[in-house]
Design a protein around this ligand. Sequence first.
Ligand SMILES: Cc1cc2nc3c(=O)[nH]c(=O)nc-3n(C[C@H](O)[C@H](O)[C@H](O)COP(=O)(O)O)c2cc1C
Length: 382
Amino acid sequence: MKVAEASTIEDLRALASARLPRAVFDFIDGAADDEVTLHWNAADFDSLAFCPRVLVDVSKRDGSGTILGNRSSLPLIVAPTGLASLAWPLADVVLAQAAHGAGVPFTISTSSSVRMEDIRRAAPDARLWFQVYLYKDRDLVLSLIARARAIDCESLVITVDVPLLGRRLRDRRNRFTVPLRPTGRLIWDLVRCPRWTGQILSNGVPRMQNFVDGQRAASVASLAALMTSNMDASVTWDSIGWVRDHWPGHLVLKGVLHAEDAERAVACGVDAIAVSNHGGRQLDSVTSAIRALPEIISAVAGRTEVFVDGGIRRGSDIAKARALGANAVMVGRAGLYGVGAGGRAGADRAFAILAEEFDRCLALVGCPIAAHLDQSWLRQRE
Ligand SMILES: Cc1cc2nc3c(=O)[nH]c(=O)nc-3n(C[C@H](O)[C@H](O)[C@H](O)COP(=O)(O)O)c2cc1C
């Protein structure tokens, strides 16, 4: 199968799996511990069934949405994903350009493998957001935020579900490290994937380019160590107020699953809450985000926007999230599978598949205006 023939995100996943070395595919595809939550993220979308309306004029449809005051072609935001260039050279640029082409915002990861300024240069008109962790080194956080403002990022996303890194067993078993170390298995993988290996050899091993700054990091190894040791397990709510004081744009809190935390986020003055379990990559056996969504929607009661991510692989998943009250979804792996399958063509295909499926779903459920979807369109399967 070629990228252009891919009909589903699952097709792109299969193409990415064939093209990428096993350790790289598993880094993207895998999750924490037994991957129970990874499974629930998808299964809980499947447990929601549509109850459509008929004899509705669906000849003209509007799948667009407003996300933090700006119109988007789809109620979708590309989620931040670190080290994306493992999937394709300059993947962050590829994804930002593809997101712009699809009319949706793109979130630069703090661990992006292209410097944020270079992403802006390559995608001058894109709607860019920036994601940050609250590192121990608060001056580093302030300098990242200042750079994000300087390149006109419209929203700052603070990810709060990483007091320390989740245990990703596939990475352990594959001996996947940053930087990549040539173990026996990896060498076999490199031989098996000559096109990927050729691209890496000509573009260099991806690293977290936002930190490659002056004295801060001389090597990939020191970078990875710097970032791990800089994760702050003592961060509390006070820090959100601190960021609010330093960021005049839209502020999004990503990684909230509990209704009381949603209340606290509202009190801290955030503009949106991203209900997320980090794609199942942090705490395993944590609830799927789509299950947590209704409680958070009712706790927030319209005081902030609410996004949801984790397991979105079809346009119908976007419709289900909208029907449960989310303003928009965020997608991580769907875009990465696309870019891993075939660079820009694959990323474009991923967003086109989601848009086409969403549009068809609106027609078939009898709701031509995406913004009108509500819970009456859904039933919970036993
Ligand atoms: C390879 C990979 C890297 C990620 N890196 C980050 C990151 O740097 N910052 C962050 O907040 N979330 C990160 N995430 C989580 C995503 O932003 C998002 O929450 C998750 O992918 C959503 O689930 P989905 O992949 O099923 O769509 C990453 C996810 C993946 C798969």
